[in-house]
Design a protein around this ligand. Structure first.
Ligand code: SF4
Length: 458
């Protein structure tokens, strides 16, 4: 952009560089800050030398993320010099100041006002009330056709390996009408897939005692099932262009009330997909982890859900080598996985996070044992994934096109969340001619490998 274009109260448009690290919840925070920056007339630029100031949204979940965040802050200081830090690592300012005392300001996660105050202080806005710089759906970091929809902040649980509640606080649910209005704006802007995120989606509304709210001529409650039902209706609601709107639920725990959403999946209103971070299969380890719903019989629940929705795709993450994990407990996890037959599985070797209560637990698992268990776990998970994908060969599926790379259409089915799951790779000249990025297409599955499917136009 040429200097001649830069206008404003002081004769220039102030320019902010933005770096977003971490999980989808951090991405959602970044989108909120970017929306505010643009609303106030800041230009968001992509290089350090174009920027007058840089905001770094950090992650502090595991030690690798802490290192990446600290390195990124260092790079921004070196290349630009004016740096505001926000996000999860910002909840531990001493760790940042020890390495980078010259940062302008440090705020914790979800501290939008404080970030904006810091930006105002070090880079005043250029007021131009005649410019409307923000599209109605706000600023998004995701492609135009899918978007994260954050329904709450914080968490009421206290898992022993996690410091998120100390960084983000207790659960604060957004009123359901706010969430629905944002979903409608996104749908109207061409979004085809809503990814519902939070720290615990199944706990939505607990903090406000499932408060009733007015929604049009009806009353809705700020609770999990109302959220799923109302989002599931948006594809057919007023203003819809008649295209499907995928609703994908992330970070759900296997509580009994989650059963209520299964009929919505059976009816095609909500994607038959659940992202449930089980973390382990051994009841004794889950108890030491202080996991939500650790006393539930998750295998029975999974079976009941699949009886109602045979196609249900379940993704999960696990921790191996948690302090005190014995070979017997690990074997319980492997047996659990055999029986659970999850579609999508990721695993981490336990690593202590500064400030987490689990660090004080006795009998840490040696690194070599963690590595060996991780490999055994992933070998089993990969075999289950390959077998489950093989069952899809020959079937017809609706997919959403993410990209076209050379002669291959990269798409996803209902069983694939962006970035974390697999893809459906569609080949053939007819498919290439028909495919449009951000639109749905019907395909026939022709092959499968461990994590991805191959297909042709149906
Ligand atoms: S549910 Fe547990 S792991 Fe997830 S944010 Fe809450 S305390 Fe952390």
């Amino acid at each position: 952009m040429s200097e001649g274009y830069r206008i404003g109260a002081a004769g220039v448009i102030p320019r902010v560089g933005f770096i977003s690290l971490g999980c989808p919840k951090a991405t959602s925070d970044s989108e909120q800050i970017l929306t505010r920056l643009r609303a106030e007339g800041y230009e968001v630029v992509g290089t350090y030398d174009q920027a007058d100031l840089v905001v770094v949204n950090t992650c502090g979940f595991v030690d690798d993320a802490v290192h990446e965040s600290l390195d990124t802050i260092g790079e921004a200081l070196r290349e630009n010099g004016k740096v505001v830090v926000t996000g999860c690592l910002g909840a531990r300012p001493e760790q940042i100041l020890e390495r980078h005392p010259q940062v302008l300001k440090i705020t914790g996660p979800h501290a939008f006002d404080e970030v904006m105050d810091a930006v105002h202080e070090h880079l005043p806005p250029a007021h131009d009330p005649f410019l409307d710089l923000v599209p109605p759906q706000g600023i998004r970091l995701t492609p135009r056709h899918y978007a994260y929809l954050k329904i709450s902040e914080g968490c009421n649980h206290r898992c022993s390996f996690c410091i998120i509640p100390s960084m983000r606080g207790d659960l604060v649910s957004r009123p359901l009408p706010h969430v629905l209005n944002e979903a409608i704006r996104l749908r109207n802007a061409g979004v085809r897939e809503l990814l519902v995120i939070s720290q615990d989606t199944s706990a939505y509304g607990v903090d406000v005692k499932y408060r009733a709210e007015q929604w049009g001529s009806r009353e809705v409650r700020t609770r999990f099932i109302d959220l799923a039902r109302e989002l599931g209706q948006l594809a057919e609601g007023p203003g819809s262009d008649g295209q499907p709107l995928w609703v994908r639920l992330h970070y759900v725990y296997p509580y009994p009330h989650v059963d209520e959403v299964i009929p919505l999946m059976a009816a095609g209103k909500v994607l038959p997909y659940l992202d449930i971070p089980f973390q382990h299969g051994s009841p004794s380890v889950l108890k030491r982890m202080k996991r939500p719903a650790h006393a539930e019989n998750t295998l029975e629940r999974l079976k009941a859900w699949r009886r109602e929705v045979p196609d249900l795709a379940v993704r999960s993450t696990f921790i191996v080598g948690f302090p005190g994990e014995t070979e017997e407990e690990f074997q319980v996890l492997l047996d659990w996985l055999d029986e659970a037959q999850l579609d999508r599985v990721g695993a981490f070797k336990y690593s202590p996070v500064q400030g987490a209560p689990a660090n004080a637990l006795p009998n840490p698992v040696p690194e070599a044992v963690k590595q060996e268990r991780y490999e055994r776990f992933m070998t089993k998970a990969a075999a289950i994934s390959a077998a489950r994908l093989q069952q899809k060969v020959g079937r017809k599926l609706t997919v959403l096109v993410d990209a076209i790379e050379g002669s291959t259409v990269i798409a996803r089915s209902y069983a694939d969340a962006p970035d974390i799951d697999g893809t459906v790779r569609v080949r053939g000249s007819r498919a290439l001619a028909a495919a449009r990025v951000g639109e749905f297409m019907e395909v026939e599955i022709t092959g499968a490998d461990t994590y991805d499917l191959r297909a042709k136009l149906a």
